[in-house]
Design a protein around this ligand. Structure first.
Ligand SMILES: Nc1nc2c(ncn2[C@@H]2O[C@H](COP(=O)(O)OP(=O)(O)OP(=O)(O)O)[C@@H](O)[C@H]2O)c(=O)[nH]1
Ligand SMILES: [Mg+2]
Length: 329
């Protein structure tokens, strides 16, 4: 399968305006996805091999061995139960003849789960498109805001950043560094200031400048912090008032390494914050990439982007076929 067909929905991989720390040869997005899920793939491949090693034909009993490995990859108990039930039925009805066939069936099952929550992103007819970055502490919101600015810029869209994390020390400076890297302007207020006021200024600026995309980095918060959740509501209302339909996107940034724990936090967060899609960060640092499946089954939300490192171009548009091929390939 060629790379362009996997990523055909988006423009060809662009040359970012600046990649200060990128010193490796350019890999295709597919290769980079494959690299990011290496550890998860190795653990899954092992289990598929061990299932097949037991007997030439994959029977129901030998499938039992696969179940704990799916759970270990963080696919989640609900999702694993669905997959196992389908595989067992298949083994019972028509038989599964080989490891290769098991892989193909597994791939189809996983793909169906991801595709059931996929939907095309609707861009507003009139700019700016307003994106709120939300999530619990330390998941990678600020880093992802910087990477997204770079990605959108390289697609020819103009970007304005809003430093709406006025809570954490140095959060504004951190975003300014990212803004410089991708050469985009940033609107800020002082630390301790009202994030909605910063957002108001940024929305006004984006409208008058005709900016395509406004991305607001917000403070890390737990759904249990009532004041901070109210603050997020106020930001939403501010956006709504100034730009019809805004915020058009609310991206929940999730850290893949936090596994089922992160998923539980995310579940409660999505209920409170009207999340439209997930950015899954730190996929490069985990053998639990299966969390993408659990997100689809349990949050009913698509993963839109994957963070695969700390550099500016270490963010890739998520593609379910590429992901599944990388995971089970
Ligand atoms: N390996 C890896 N590290 C990442 C990725 N995304 C973010 N990080 C790192 O995660 C750490 C936290 O990132 P931040 O962007 O500051 O996270 P945040 O959500 O803004 O944090 P708070 O604002 O404190 O809630 C930093 O050290 C980032 O370099 C990723 O995709 N891969
Ligand atoms: Mg931050």
């Amino acid at each position: 399968m060629v790379f362009s067909s996997l990523f055909g929905k988006r423009p060809a991989e662009p040359e970012p305006p600046s990649t200060p720390t990128s010193d490796q040869p350019k890999l295709s997005l597919f290769d980079r996805m494959r690299q990011a899920v290496t550890r998860t793939r190795e653990s899954l491949s092992d289990s598929i091999s061990s299932v097949v090693a037991l007997t030439r034909e994959v029977d129901q009993a030998s499938l039992d061995d696969l179940e704990p490995r799916l759970l270990a990859a963080d696919i989640g108990s609900a999702t694993t139960a669905i997959i196992m039930e389908n595989l067992r039925q298949r083994a019972f009805r028509t038989g599964i003849e080989s490891g290769a066939q098991l892989k193909e069936i597994l791939k189809a099952e996983l793909k169906q789960i991801l595709d059931s929550v996929a939907h095309p992103i609707q861009h507003p007819a009139t700019p700016p498109e307003v994106i709120l970055m939300v999530g619990v502490n330390g998941t990678g919101k600020t880093t992802t805001t910087g990477k997204l600015a770079n990605l959108y810029r390289s697609q020819g869209r103009s970007v304005l950043l809003c430093a709406a994390d006025t809570f954490r020390a140095a959060a504004i400076e951190q975003l300014e560094v990212w803004a410089q890297r991708s050469d985009v302007p940033v609107i800020k207020t002082k630390q301790g200031g009202d994030p909605s006021a910063a957002l108001y200024d940024a929305l006004t600026a984006a409208k008058s400048r005709g900016t395509n995309v406004l991305i607001a980095d917000t403070a890390g918060r737990l759904h249990t912090k009532t004041d901070l959740m109210k603050e997020l509501d106020k930001m939403r209302r501010t956006a709504e008032k100034l730009v019809p339909g805004a915020p058009h996107q609310t991206f929940l940034v999730m850290d893949a390494t936090t596994g089922q724990n992160g998923l539980q936090q995310a579940r409660l967060f999505t209920e409170a914050a009207r999340v439209t899609g997930i950015v899954l960060t730190k996929l490069d640092g985990t053998a639990k990439g299966g969390i993408v499946l659990a997100i689809a089954t349990e949050l009913r939300l698509p993963v839109l982007y994957a963070g695969i490192g700390e550099k500016i171009d270490d963010l890739i548009p998520f593609d379910s076929s590429a992901f599944i091929d990388s995971l089970v390939g």
